[in-house]
Design a protein around this ligand. Structure first.
Ligand SMILES: *Cc1c(COP(=O)(O)O)cnc(C)c1O
Length: 357
């Protein structure tokens, strides 16, 4: 608290990211980072940008990166917006598109940054309860709304809607903006990007932090109708014209150009996730069906906070929220095969069971 703060700062409720502590031999399974490094081509591309050219501002329109992303996703460059991490892209979208007269709708259990942006931009919102199986039901969104945002797969549940369900949501709400946050889509869900051509109200947001192992580079992007992208650009150019530096633009391009690395990487995460899910089930966990690079699981004998604390004592970090409906759960990021073995062994010891059951 300071008397020098503006009124707006006093009223904020900032997002709390998963912690990044320094503990020896720490296993970080709390922020959904990739356990595999990025494509080696990314470091080479960044190194090539780390010279004299740094004295010059980067391309404010990121023309090359947007062209590469447009080609990759089969859209036009005017349908692509890039930002400093998808959090920045989402922030601009809240200001540019999701602030309407009627309330913004999103699930009661979802990415906890959404209500934070509502607070920052003064957006009224209503949450829509997940059903008893922790799923989003699109028919529950049939109510007065100014805009809708859904994470697909949802976080922290990991459960995905099909493209058919997204299409139904878009058709039922054709007169308002609908944003689909696809941060985890590459781990087994269907992207809504093919629907952009027929739904001018759809904005799809992607991040390079998770499936491209580039959380430290800060690159995210949105794909949608040209008019939506123009709205985002107006906000961006009223805030920061140069959100992506030269190394970030070059590194992101190199990542998209290494399709073999991308496919191998996501296949490996999906395989390990499925093995981790089986291991957790053998230990007595109920695990929600995940299409993401994490699982959301609960154990009948232990609360989520108890499990998270016991794992922390073994230098393994997982995420837990002391919130209604999800206090029993822990969210565990998929690590390497070896890290998964360590996690399962630690849980077996905590629960007094045999890991191989
Ligand atoms: C990780 C995450 C983001 C933000 O990703 P960055 O691109 O690293 O800012 C956005 N939405 C969801 C649902 C996420 O899990």
């Amino acid at each position: 608290m300071s008397r020098f703060w503006s009124r707006a700062v006093h009223d904020l409720h900032p997002y709390v990211p998963g912690e990044q502590p320094r503990i020896p031999d720490l296993l970080k399974l709390n922020t959904n980072e990739s356990p595999l490094g990025p494509s080696p081509r990314v470091a080479a591309a960044i190194a090539a940008e780390a010279g004299d050219s740094l004295r010059l501002y980067p391309d404010p329109e990121a023309v090359s990166l947007r062209a590469v992303l447009a080609h990759y996703h089969g859209v036009q460059p005017e349908q692509v917006f890039v930002g400093n991490g998808s959090d920045e892209v989402l922030g601009h979208a809240f200001a540019a598109l999701l602030k309407q007269d009627a309330p913004l709708l999103f699930p009661d259990i979802t990415y906890s940054f959404y209500p934070v942006w509502c607070g920052l931009f003064g957006i009224s919102f209503e949450t829509v309860a997940l059903d008893e199986t922790m799923r989003i039901r699109v028919e529950d969104y049939r109510r007065p709304a100014g805009a809708i945002i859904v994470a697909n797969p949802n976080a922290p549940t990991g459960i995905a809607l099909t493209r058919t369900e997204i299409a139904a949501l878009l058709t039922e709400h054709a007169d308002i903006p609908v944003l689909i946050d696809e941060a985890y889509v590459d781990f087994g869900a269907e992207t809504a990007i093919p629907l952009v051509a027929s739904h001018p109200n759809l904005l799809v947001v992607h991040t390079m932090s998770k499936s491209r192992a580039l959380a430290g580079l800060r690159v995210g992007y949105a794909i949608g109708d040209t008019a939506l992208i123009q709205g985002l650009t107006r906000v961006k150019d009223s805030f920061n014209s140069y959100p992506l530096g030269r190394p970030a633009q070059a590194g992101a391009i190199a990542s998209v150009e290494d399709e073999d690395w991308f496919q191998a990487s996501r296949r490996s995460v999906i395989e390990t996730r499925d093995r981790m899910t089986e291991g957790l089930a053998r230990l007595g966990f109920a695990v929600l069906p995940s299409s993401a690079n994490f699982v959301f699981a609960r154990h009948p004998d232990r609360s989520g906070s108890n499990l998270a604390r016991a794992l922390r004592e073994k230098a393994i970090l997982v995420r837990h929220w002391e919130k209604p409906r999800i206090a029993d759960y822990v969210r565990i990021t998929v690590g390497t095969g070896e890290q998964t073995d360590r996690l399962l062994a630690a849980l077996a010891a905590i629960l007094g069971r045999n890991a191989v059951g």
